[in-house]
Design a protein around this ligand. Structure first.
Ligand SMILES: [Zn+2]
Length: 104
């Protein structure tokens, strides 16, 4: 995606989501400065269905999330991840933690 398109899209998503991450609902910051974009609460464009799973750049598949959520989602599907981030799924969190330790 071109930078100009990305920026426009991010502003649009920022307004639509009232400045909050689509997963953890914290307020994100929207900045074009490289340093700000490295912050965990920086606004990023998220593909709900991951590109690796055939997700496209179609607006229906895009949302704004904080960098922290974007970086740590990995292969979990977005609805599950959203529940995880909002603490609606404690049992699942525990089992994932357990799985992660077992894999180490
Ligand atoms: Zn987040």
């Amino acid at each position: 995606m071109k930078t100009a398109i990305k920026r426009k899209l991010l502003v649009h998503l920022f307004q639509k989501q009232e400045g909050r991450c689509c997963y953890c609902e914290r307020y994100v910051i929207l900045s074009y400065r490289w340093r700000d974009q490295q912050r965990p609460d920086a606004a990023t464009i998220e593909h709900l269905k991951r590109r690796a799973d055939g997700g496209t750049d179609h607006p229906d598949n895009l949302a704004m999330s904080c960098k922290d959520c974007n970086d740590s989602r990995q292969e979990i599907d977005w609805l599950t991840y959203r529940s995880l981030k909002r603490g609606e799924f404690q049992e699942f969190v525990r089992s994932v933690d357990h799985g992660a330790r077992a894999a180490e």
